[in-house]
Design a protein around this ligand. Sequence first.
Ligand SMILES: C[S@@+](CC[C@H](N)C(=O)[O-])C[C@H]1O[C@@H](n2cnc3c(N)ncnc32)[C@H](O)[C@@H]1O
Length: 219
Amino acid sequence: MSVTNRLLKLDGILREHNEGEWGGGDENKYSAFNDAGLECETGEFMYAMARMLKPEHVLETGTHWGVGASYIGMALLDNGGGHLDTVEFIPEIYDIAKARINRLGLQSYVKCHLGDVAQFTPEATYKLILLDTEPQTRFAELVKFYEYLEPGGFVFIHDLHQHMHQIENSEHGFAWPFGPIPEQIKQWVKDGQLRPFHFETPRGLTGFYKVHPGDYKWR
Ligand SMILES: C[S@@+](CC[C@H](N)C(=O)[O-])C[C@H]1O[C@@H](n2cnc3c(N)ncnc32)[C@H](O)[C@@H]1O
């Protein structure tokens, strides 16, 4: 059974719905549980990443109602170990996510933190990070959490397309809604410390691989 179907079955409240323009057009190729959370397909991808990497620690910024946390938490459950730190600063939203994590029986694997990501100091390093607060704070989160990303680890920024939003927006101006890429990130990419890659889903997903000293040297 797919992890999405397991979540639907275990959590009596979740319902799948299509997200209009983010659902893949008229063909309804993509689905989601709500408009703010990860699409089911992206959730399944994060589940697979966590299954494959067997991380001891995972970080998610922006818990919302816990869709991403549910997918990653299910992977840690299936791995038989690992911990997800997920951070949300709106108490009512945090309560909803925490109740969902409890309903799914994932409380040993998922720690919901109430607070501002800008003030969050990790107590571990991470092999997998998902940045999913507000678009305009996600580049800064990559800079902040870079030192906590293990070599050979992956960080994903949700809603970020292959043009990195570094384009004119006739209504909102340049680089809306993420803002310009910080120089530090550009430098890491130019130096080969971070390798970006993109998934052209309707909502977008960009990943960065942090190189490992054991990686083959392409000269
Ligand atoms: C796009 S939603 C996250 C969706 C979630 N990852 C999921 O898959 O269900 C963004 C969430 O981040 C929270 N948020 C935004 N800025 C934040 C910050 N600086 N610190 C903590 N939470 C923040 C919002 O309140 C909102 O619930």
